[in-house]
Design a protein around this ligand. Structure first.
Ligand SMILES: Cc1cc2nc3c(=O)[nH]c(=O)nc-3n(C[C@H](O)[C@H](O)[C@H](O)COP(=O)(O)OP(=O)(O)OC[C@H]3O[C@@H](n4cnc5c(N)ncnc54)[C@H](O)[C@@H]3O)c2cc1C
Length: 451
């Protein structure tokens, strides 16, 4: 792209078929790519994803996708491709840090859902989504190396985007005036900043998160997802691929959390903008020595990691408004939440489908965006707040508070009914309980009849 490109270079000509508004999506992450695919499936022909990174890179660690998101990816025809590089999550176990089992619950199909829960490397999911966008919408629909730097409303209600791009040493600026703008540009969204000036950066709760991926013999990992510890120190570990090779090795995702050392808290706070910071495993390994749960030795898994990444644990304050005229927010840009309950990417995928459905059902795009927000914002606000109270993981904290040194029978500490009630309340808050999910996608859009 040359410097000072006019807006025409960015988007395809008006199609005589399908729905005609030009929709620009800021951000080519999980949310933005799924939005493009959902709009295409709903008959929108002029969709452009503008991604700041120079390429869609295979970065990140693992994710768990709940059955409500898997249902929507299935509706988009992506389930087989996704499952080719994913693992069905069949069981979730919560452990006391002393090693005692607090609870175990079946997940996905075993819990009565019609769709599985999937453990998947983010890179695989991202590649499946980006490949489908290019194949279905055309390569030109996904523009990389272009950053949205500002947004302002035009008198007719449409947004004007300011764009910056860089090709080698050449930098350029351009602007675009689409019919609709979707800010799917993540927790540090430029679109959100334009709509909510003065909000500042994401608030930090003082915890650090370390994430990584290890390759281990399957027998050293178990076949379940484990969450262990309490609200001060936690470990999440799960396999996310089927065993391969003579060593029957699997990819294992792990994420750890504990407070930043008090001495360096201020420094950490200043570093909050520093995402994807690579740190040696030795930085945090000593805190997890001795952590072993039904034969899964957490330190062994950490030592096997290629690299480890450190993040501040940040989220976003719930907003009282996502939509301003023909501009809205989606995914982490709208409702970034603490990584609890496997909901961040999951709900971004559901947002994407809800947005396409709402836009398709309203001739006026502003009304469509308002309908999308009315459908999604209340439940996402509830989840953001629930995750600040540990979401479903509150059970590990209850066990720790009531029995800091461990227990003989967990039901003396946290009765079974209380355990079930915590999980049930959380699923209902996010509308991902099995009864609701099994009714099928509410976001299917019949394509317009042509001719
Ligand atoms: C430790 C941890 C564990 C997690 N585990 C899970 C899990 O198990 N299950 C789950 O569902 N979720 C999980 N999540 C959350 C999940 O990763 C996010 O919610 C999800 O990736 C959000 O996707 P997104 O597309 O909205 O944002 P992002 O993935 O941040 O994508 C935003 C995209 O926008 C681009 N961009 C940014 N600014 C601009 C700009 N100005 N112009 C153009 N492009 C821009 C970025 O380059 C990026 O590609 C976890 C998160 C963490 C931190």
């Amino acid at each position: 792209m040359s410097p000072h490109t006019s807006s025409h270079a960015y988007f395809p000509a008006r199609s005589p078929y399908g729905r005609s508004p030009h929709v620009v999506i800021a951000g080519g992450g999980i949310a933005g790519l799924t939005t493009a695919l959902s709009l295409h499936a709903a008959g929108f022909e002029r969709v452009t994803v503008v991604e700041a990174a120079a390429a869609i890179r295979p970065v990140g660690a693992g994710l768990n996708l709940l059955p409500n998101a898997v249902r929507e990816l299935d509706a988009l025809g992506l389930l087989d491709a996704l499952e080719a590089g994913a693992l069905r999550t069949r069981e979730l176990r919560y452990y006391h840090r002393s090693g005692g089992l607090i609870s175990r619950e079946p997940r996905g199909l075993g819990a009565g859902y019609r769709w599985p829960q999937l453990s998947v490397h983010r890179a695989h999911l991202q590649q499946v989504l980006a490949g489908a966008v290019r194949a279905r919408l055309g390569a030109a629909a996904l523009v990389t190396g272009v950053r949205v730097s500002g947004v302002e409303p035009l008198p007719d209600g449409r947004p004007r985007l300011r764009l910056e791009h860089r090709a080698g040493a050449v930098r350029g600026r351009a602007s675009l005036e689409p019919d609709v703008l979707v800010g799917a540009d993540g927790i540090r969204s430029a679109v959100r900043a334009a709509l909510h000036p003065g909000e500042g950066g994401p608030p930090w709760n003082g915890m650090l998160v370390w994430r990584g991926v290890s390759r281990m013999p399957a027998r050293a990992v178990g076949s379940f997802m484990l969450i262990a510890g309490d609200d001060r120190q936690k470990a999440v570990v799960y396999p996310m691929s089927r065993p391969t090779g003579p060593g029957r090795e699997v990819l294992v995702n792990w994420a750890l959390a504990r407070p930043a050392d008090s001495g360096c808290a201020a420094a950490e706070e200043r570093r909050r903008g520093d995402w994807d910071r690579c740190v040696p495993v030795e930085t945090f390994l000593p805190f997890y020595e001795g952590w072993e749960f039904d034969g899964v030795r957490v330190p062994d898994i950490l030592r096997a990691a290629d690299s480890a990444h450190e993040y501040p644990m940040v989220d976003r304050e719930p907003l009282d408004r996502w939509t301003h005229g023909r501009t809205t927010l989606l995914g982490d840009a709208a409702h970034a939440m603490y990584p609890t309950g496997s909901n961040g990417a999951t709900q971004s995928i559901v947002d994407a489908r809800a947005l396409a459905h709402a836009l398709a059902r309203h001739d006026d795009p502003a009304e469509g965006l308002a309908a999308y927000e009315a459908e999604r914002r209340p439940a996402m606000t509830a989840l953001q707040r629930a995750n600040r109270r540990l979401g479903p993981e509150v059970v590990i904290n209850l066990a720790h508070e009531r029995a800091p040194d461990g227990f003989t029978d967990i039901h003396d500490v946290v009765p079974a009914a209380e355990l079930a009630a915590v999980a049930g309340r959380y699923a209902t808050a996010g509308a991902f309980d099995a009864d609701t999910v099994n009714q099928g996608s509410p976001y299917e859009v019949p394509l317009p009849v042509i001719g």
